[in-house]
Design a protein around this ligand. Structure first.
Ligand code: ADP
Length: 359
């Protein structure tokens, strides 16, 4: 499906997604990549310019939002301040009609139990913490027993600790309910930790749609490689020469041989910060320390290499704490590096070992 706003803003281009029943799909990408537009098209809040949207067996392009049996949870949960939690949660059900008071009470109470907010039912929103309010907003969606949950950055108003906690909680609830969920975020950590699969968008185009570990290990292209993983993958412009029994890789300030199969040519070499190791003696890459950032469990080293002072990041053991200006030689396993063609596509080399998920 696609979306063109006002005749010329191509917000979403031919995004083709099939979401499985009960799946938790995370849609992720930088700001403006078309995530919310896609979600709003699924919800029926935006018209679809081209293509179709199907929920179950039904094409819903022309079905009104309120008739799609979808529940949305937003960042701004906007609870009604003058209503109690119970009233907030039951409001939608009462409005849609067709449910007896007993039925509504039962659903609200069951949902409150699931969300661990049973003791808050008679309180008003302003008496609640941000996290509790978010649970109520979630409860309001759950009591409607929808076919699909659509969530747009629902945790971004929460502080970091609560956000981490709610991530786990949301997963538990989704699993328990088994309701198909599309979750939008710009945060790759949320995508990595929550999604059964993640759909990575950039400039309105789908870049990859696979389980998180697959996107991490086998990014389709340079964009995905740089977007997934924190700190981001390091990229180097390199020239590769095939030597017969391997390749010679030269970049700014380094020259190394790798036991890999690749055609002679210019590439972008990608290495994740966590895939560097500090060499005992002479490694593959000589660097100079700029900044050391202790993270507790490990240290992030911000380094420079070569005459052009190319910047890179390495994630090393916390016991290794060099000073600014120190020389550090790094090495890496040929199996852990990625090569990208000039158009950004990842080149499969013979170092692509079967993934755990494939074994
Ligand atoms: P994201 O949710 O990934 O941040 P959006 O789906 O909100 O991205 O926006 C995608 C693109 O569409 C952006 O370029 C944005 O400026 C544009 N856009 C979003 N909503 C509208 C609108 N109502 N009218 C015109 N352009 C819009």
């Amino acid at each position: 499906m696609g979306k063109i706003y006002d005749g010329n803003v191509r917000a979403v281009k031919d995004v083709d997604l099939e979401i499985e029943d009960g799946e938790f799909l995370v849609m992720v990408g930088p700001s403006g990549c078309g995530k919310s537009t896609t979600l709003r098209m699924i919800a029926g809040l935006e018209t679809v310019t081209n293509g179709k949207i199907q929920i179950g067996d039904q094409v819903v392009n022309d079905v009104r939002p309120q008739d799609r049996n979808i529940a949305m949870v937003f960042q701004n949960y906007a609870l009604y301040p003058h209503m109690t939690v119970r009233e907030n949660m039951s409001f939608g059900l009462r409005l849609s009609g067709g449910h007896s008071d007993e039925e509504i009470d039962e659903r609200v109470e069951d949902t409150a139990e699931l969300l661990e907010i049973s003791d808050l039912l008679e309180q008003h929103p302003k008496q609640l913490s941000g996290g509790q309010q978010q649970r109520v907003a979630l409860g309001r969606a759950i009591v409607r027993d929808p076919d699909v949950f659509l969530m747009d950055e629902p945790l971004s108003n929460l502080d970091a600790k609560l956000r981490t906690q709610m991530r786990t909680e949301l997963q538990r609830i989704q699993e328990e309910l088994g309701v198909t969920t599309v979750y939008v975020t710009h945060d790759q950590t949320e995508a990595m930790t929550m999604g059964d699969r993640i759909a990575i968008l950039n400039h309105g185009e789908l870049q990859q749609l696979e389980p998180p570990e697959r996107c991490y290990d086998r990014p389709n292209n340079e964009f995905v490689a740089g977007f997934i993983g924190s700190p981001s993958m390091n990229f180097f412009d390199v020239d590769v020469t095939a030597t017969g029994d391997g390749i010679q890789v030269s970049g700014s300030g380094f020259e190394t041989e790798l036991d890999l199969n690749l055609d002679t040519g210019s590439y972008t070499l990608g290495i994740r910060p966590e895939d560097f190791e500090v060499a005992d003696g002479d490694g593959r890459l000589n660097t100079v320390v700029d900044v050391v950032e202790p993270m507790g469990s490990d240290n992030f080293l911000y380094l420079e290499t070569g005459p052009n002072e190319i910047e890179l990041t390495a994630r090393v053991d916390s016991t290794f704490r060099p000073q600014r200006g120190d020389s550090v030689s790094l090495t890496f396993d040929p199996n852990d590096v990625h090569f990208f063609a000039p158009d950004g596509t990842r080149i499969s080399t013979d170092n692509d070992q079967p993934l755990v998920s494939e074994a």
